[in-house]
Ligand binder design. Structure first.
Ligand SMILES: [Zn+2]
Length: 242
């Protein structure tokens, strides 16, 4: 069961000075004579900024925020997830590391031919490579991500009528995935830390971009046709924020 997101109260929006509060979302309000349209931006820090022409009424601002609320939660969740996925690690025995949504304990070992292995529910890291532990783990995640995401994509190619050139896994900063020139798909290596059904949604999302670069209604229809329960996955993903 997925709990309903809690609306804190039904209070009207409160615009105090340059702040606008709608339920649990707080915006810095920037009114400018040069602006013609409303726009929301999510800063790297997670701060929300609402830019508006000077004379737009509060009720219109609130309606706009509510309309975009899902997108805002998604953006916030992305930033939060990416920040939290790999907190600074010490690479000591017993420390937990995520893989496809589950946490596996680390064990330092001697005399293993590769730096990192996942074996019988444990991450095994060579003791003499601990100083480079982070790089070795990232390398392991990247290799695993490439294989897993590519296999997952194969299940959707016919259905979605797409032919990606291939996939590349790297550090994409604050994005899970993107669609590049020549129909190459890019994924953040951290995608492989997400629960499998959420990582699968990230794959379908990027595949749909091969048809449609922007998040238009047609884009979402394509996602829905390929993955009818995508909303549930997206919502689940957003709820991991709290
Ligand atoms: Zn997208």
């Amino acid at each position: 069961m997925i709990p309903e997101p809690v609306r804190s109260c039904d209070a009207p929006p409160a615009a105090v000075g340059n702040r606008l509060i709608v339920d649990d979302l707080q915006f810095t309000l920037k009114r400018s004579l040069r602006r013609r349209t409303l726009q929301i931006t999510v800063e790297r820090s997670g701060e929300l900024v609402l830019s508006s022409p000077p004379d737009v009424e509060e009720s219109r601002l609130e309606a706009f925020v509510l309309e975009k609320r899902f997108w805002i939660y998604t953006k916030l969740a992305e930033k939060e997830q990416l920040r939290r996925c790999v907190p600074s690690k010490e690479y000591v025995d017993g420390e937990g590391f995520l893989y496809l949504g589950r946490s596996y304990r680390l064990r330092l070992v001697d005399g293993q031919c590769v730096p990192v292995k996942l074996l019988h529910g444990r991450f095994l890291l060579r003791r003499d490579w601990v100083a480079e532990g982070r790089n070795h783990l990232i390398q392991w995640y990247s290799n695993r991500a490439k294989e897993w995401l590519w296999n997952k994509a194969q299940e959707y190619l016919t259905r979605m009528e797409v032919k990606p050139a291939g996939i590349k896994v790297q550090d994409l900063g604050y994005r899970w995935g993107s669609c590049g020139k020549g129909d190459w798909l890019y994924f953040h290596w951290k995608t492989i830390l997400l629960p499998a059904h959420i990582a699968e949604y990230v794959v379908v999302h990027e595949l749909a971009h091969l048809h449609q670069p922007h998040h238009t209604p047609e884009f979402w229809q394509r996602v829905e046709r390929a993955m009818p329960d995508f909303e549930r996955r997206k919502i689940w993903w957003c709820l991991t924020l709290t």
